[in-house]
Design a protein around this ligand. Sequence first.
Ligand code: BG6
Length: 423
Amino acid sequence: KGEGYLSIIVFGASGDLAKKKIFPAIFSLYCQGFLPHDKVQIFGYARSALTNNDLRDQLSRYLHVRAKAQPMTSSLPHAERFLSLITYISGPYNVEEGYQKLEQVIVHHEMLRAGKDGQTGRLFYLALPPSVYLQVGRNIKAYCMNTRGWNRVVLEKPFGKDLDSSNQLSSELGGLFAEEQIYRIDHYLGKEAVQNLLVLRFSNRIIQPLWSRDHVDNVQIVFKEDFGTEGRGGYFDEYGIVRDVIQNHLVQVLCLIAMEKPASLSPECIRDEKLKVLKCVEGIRHSEVVLGQYDGYLDDPTVPKGSNTPTFASIVLRICNERWDGVPFIIKAGKALDRRKGQRRGRNEFVIRLQPAEAMYMKFTVKRPGLDMSTTQSEMDLSFLQRYKGIVIPEAYERLFLDIMRGDQKHFVRRDELETSFG
Ligand code: BG6
């Protein structure tokens, strides 16, 4: 808290991601005192011709104060105060004038608030489709870099479609910014239960010896959504479920489940261990892939006619190392699925539910209460909301945004990790 003066620049400020996730995350941090009013200024940049008030009005619908966000109690005055920090600048992404104007406005506020010598940082958030990353990156580099403090550039997946396009994007971005300046966001790494994986695994000695091929028959990482593309069909259809959630979110979860204990909790040590897991993943066998598309996908008007893009995939990944050799990691992901859960009897199942309603439970076979000596499966259950009454679990974006402000890349994807995950 309270270090220097910060300019937050959100590109794509009028888009869905910015409105629904980024601004609310910044607002929540603001309400909790992580962004002192006199030490921050927020700039929204996008193509739409909007006034400051138009953008503020649009955003105000999405700003909610969480019950426990202290010391604030009622949202309205805080939301208004927060919105007053936002300046909107409209401009195209490929034309330098827009960036020159942006630079002027940023500098104006920096001079006003931090003076000539104050410490400053600039956080550029690209809430944009990857097709414009490079032009925006080049223009930031040419016109908007902070010369007296740090610069950090935040990118959203997808970081390319395949190994070649991802490598190309990485090397072009790498020509503009240093790896320490690039924050590749995978919001799954900001989820409470995902972060808990490291603690659970490495702070409980009882788990250590069980967590391997000697005791684990298979690992299933399942992502089910009970809604379809909902107007995002244009984007989704280009990528499909594998690139949309498996190659990134679920593979990241796999890494955290499978990795060895890092030498320390430093960002590099954690990412080194994840990288080692990725390097041991064998090629996917065609016979172990199932693809599907939900009925009605083609009815979404944003989906191109006759598309055969998969909305469901089941893939087996095998990690060829001492710990996991022979244990299939079954990854299943699908949109517009029901919530039915399969269950097998007579074995111990350890379930980590990332969402909804974070929980961890272990299924044991126990004696059914009564005179008979019959058995049943029961759970030892840790449901977060029941166990930690009144707790508010931070949003993934909120936590990750705080990490960016602090310059902590632990929960962001490193370039070599990204490359290996495509490989
Ligand atoms: C996004 C995908 O990255 O993650 C979406 O593009 C998906 O298709 C979403 O719905 C899921 O995120 P969450 O946090 O709702 O599980």
